[in-house]
Write a protein that binds this ligand. Sequence first.
Ligand SMILES: *Cc1c(COP(=O)(O)O)cnc(C)c1O
Length: 440
Amino acid sequence: MKFTADLSRAHQLDAQDELASFRDRFVLSDPDLIYLDGNSLGRLPKATVRHLGEAIEHQWGERLIRGWNEGWFQKPHELGAKIAQLIGAQPDEVVVGDTTSINLFKLVVAALRAYPGRKKIVSDELNFPSDLYVFQGVIDLLAAGHELELIPSRDTISIQREDVEATLGEDTALLALTHVAFKSAFMYDMEHITKLAHQAGGLALWDLSHSVGAVPLKLNAWDVDLAVGCTYKYLNGGPGSPAFLYVRRELQEQLMQPIWGWFATKAPFDFNLDFTPAEGMSRFQISTPQVLSMLGLEPALDILLEAGMDRLREKSVRQTEYLIFLAREWLLPLGFSLGSPLDSAQRGSHVSLRHPEGYRISRAMIESPPLDRDVATQAGPDRPGTPAVIPDFRTPDNIRLGIAPLYTSFTDIHRALGRMREIVTEGIYREYSKKRLEVT
Ligand SMILES: *Cc1c(COP(=O)(O)O)cnc(C)c1O
C-alpha cells in the first residue's frame, strides 16, 4: 500500500475502509477529541448505553432476584462462549469473571500444583509487571522452592526465539507470557512458542490482554493450554469490566484453582458442607458474578463478532503501517524513535514512539489547547480546532498510540501525528510540567 503524507490521502483511505461505518456504533461526543487509547480503555458502544439502562431498570428493578434464573447465572458461560469465538476456542473452554490478575493467580497455582516435580516459571522482561508480581506472590505463597526466570530482551522492544528456547528446560513447569507486550506491542508467534514449552514438558499460559479483539487468535489450533485476558481494552467492556480465562478442555478435570468459593462447586444451591469441584469451566469460577459489568460487555462483543477478527486485523495492520509511515516522515527527524517492531507480523495494534520529552509531549497532546492559547477561534467546519489527542504514556519515554480498528480512522492518525509534530516544533510541550500524574 502506497502512503503519502497529505490529508487527502487519509480521507481517501477512510473512504476505502469497509469497516468505517462501525465508528458510528460508538459514542463520539467531541469531534476534536482523537482517542488513541483504546488499548487501555475502549470506547463506549451506543448499544451498551441502552442495554445497561434497560438491564438496570427491568432486570434489576423489576425482576429482582428472579433474574438469576432468567439469565444471570449462566452469563459468565454465555459471554465466555462469545469470547471463545474471538480466540479460536470451544464455547465450553472460556468463562468470564473476576479480574485478569485474579484469573492469572488461579491458573498459575493450578498449573504449578499439577507439576509438583518442576520448579520453574518462565516469563519475560517485557511482561506487564502485575503479571510478574502475581508469579512472585504465588511462589511466596506455595513456599515449595519455585523460581521465576525472565527471558531477557536484547533491545527492550522484542524477545528472540533462541532466548526463549535457552530459558526453557526440564525444570520448567509453566511458560507464562503476554502475547502482545504492553509497552512495545511486540507480538510472539504463539503457536511456535507454545510448541517450545510443550517440548520442554511444561504448560503454556498466555495473557491475551493486549491482543484479544485486536489480533485473530487460534488457541485450539495452536494447542494453547491456558489463557487469561481483559475485556476493557480492545473488547470495549467498560472500566473494570470482568476478565476471562481459558482452559483447554482436556486439562479442565486435571486442574483445580485454589479459591474454593461456592460457584466452583458442583451444586452451589445444595449448600453441602464439603467442597466438591464442579465439572468443566465452573470450577474456575469463585463466587457471585459481577452481573451488571457483564451485561455492559455483551453488546460490545456482538459488535466485534459482527466486524470479524480477520477484517479488523487487516485494518489494524494498515493503520499501524500508516502511523509508522507518518512518524518517519514527520517525527523521527524531531528526536522521536520507534519503540515497536517494524515488522507487522511481530506487532500488535499499538505503536510506541519514544522521545526524551515523551511525558511532557503526551501532556500537551491531552490538554489541548493549552489554557493560554486562543486557538478555538480558528475553528470552523472547514478548519477543525486543535485536536486533543489521548495516547498514554509508559515510563520512561514511551508514548503509546493505540489503534482500535472498530473506531480509529486514518484521519484520526493523520491529525494526531500532525499535532505531535506541532507540539515539538513549536516547543508547546515546554509549557507543561514534568511532574507525573498518578495515572499515566
Ligand atoms: C491490562 C492488563 C492486565 C490488567 O490486569 P487487571 O487485573 O485487570 O488490573 C493484566 N495483564 C496485562 C498483560 C495487561 O495488559
